[in-house]
Write a protein that binds this ligand. Sequence first.
Ligand SMILES: *[C@@H]1O[C@H](CO)[C@@H](O)[C@H](O)[C@H]1NC(C)=O
Ligand SMILES: *[C@@H]1O[C@H](CO)[C@@H](O)[C@H](O)[C@H]1NC(C)=O
Ligand SMILES: *[C@@H]1O[C@H](CO)[C@@H](O)[C@H](O)[C@H]1NC(C)=O
Ligand SMILES: *[C@@H]1O[C@H](CO)[C@@H](O)[C@H](O)[C@H]1NC(C)=O
Ligand SMILES: *[C@@H]1O[C@H](CO)[C@@H](O)[C@H](O)[C@H]1NC(C)=O
Length: 231
Amino acid sequence: MKLLHGAALALLLLAAAAHAQRTPRTHAGDAAALNAVFAKLGQKASSSWNISGNPCSGAATDDTPLDDNPNFNPAIKCDCTDQNGTLCHVTRLKINSLDAAGPIPEELRNLTHLIKLDFRKNSLTGLLPAFIGELTSLKYITVGTNALSGPVPKELWNLTDLVSLALGSNHFNGSLPDELGKLTKLQQLCTLIVMTSPVLYQRRCPSLRTCQPCGHQTIVSPGRYLIFLGV
Ligand SMILES: *[C@@H]1O[C@H](CO)[C@@H](O)[C@H](O)[C@H]1NC(C)=O
Ligand SMILES: *[C@@H]1O[C@H](CO)[C@@H](O)[C@H](O)[C@H]1NC(C)=O
Ligand SMILES: *[C@@H]1O[C@H](CO)[C@@H](O)[C@H](O)[C@H]1NC(C)=O
Ligand SMILES: *[C@@H]1O[C@H](CO)[C@@H](O)[C@H](O)[C@H]1NC(C)=O
Ligand SMILES: *[C@@H]1O[C@H](CO)[C@@H](O)[C@H](O)[C@H]1NC(C)=O
């Protein structure tokens, strides 16, 4: 009987040790970048989510929803399959309607595994940085309803996996270039930029279902369209 207990305990301990060993850690560079981005944008994680320790834990890795979840904001989601399930990278970042002000922080550049970026409805200023084009895993970008300005960087059109791009309600100027045609997976485009015929872009971007899901269009001059909304 005692022997059996001993064996059970040993098994339990072994299982616990294996579990501890398998608890994935956040990639150090991702953690540092995330903390820097949050600090620069004046964001604090909720007390239940300890981002100074291991940000890819708790709500960031369990099934807590990210989108449309006001209780988890600012928020991230991680992918922890790297190095045989021991290393996590930040794949989704949300700072939505939180009065984040100032330029988009340079440290965002280090979150190289980002798939989804949601900065909508803040007070971000300055340019959309050219380094955005280096984050080649990005599929969803929403920076709508901020105070970003200047031209949209040409590097953006290198993000050929983009499915959804929302730039609307900012102060961007310039026009959308032909390179937009490289985004063959794009399904949703929301801008406030004067662009040439959306029919052209539909032809160039076969997946683009016009801008209907996120806005409407108004002809501002013959052959040119102003695509509204997009937040
Ligand atoms: C971002 O990456 C660069 C280059 O690897 C590094 O020098 C810098 O310290 C990193 N920034 C943060 C906040 O980790
Ligand atoms: C957060 O994690 C760090 C490092 O693991 C730890 O030192 C700190 O006490 C934790 N803070 C909270 C509030 O749990
Ligand atoms: C990966 O994990 C599996 C299951 O835990 C293990 O069998 C395998 O040896 C590990 N591979 C490496 C390269 O660590
Ligand atoms: C676009 O905006 C930038 C920065 O706000 C400004 O310097 C530039 O002159 C503007 N260009 C045009 C064509 O309006
Ligand atoms: C786009 O990517 C290609 C190769 O991946 C690179 O040569 C080019 O410089 C990039 N363009 C921009 C504008 O970043």
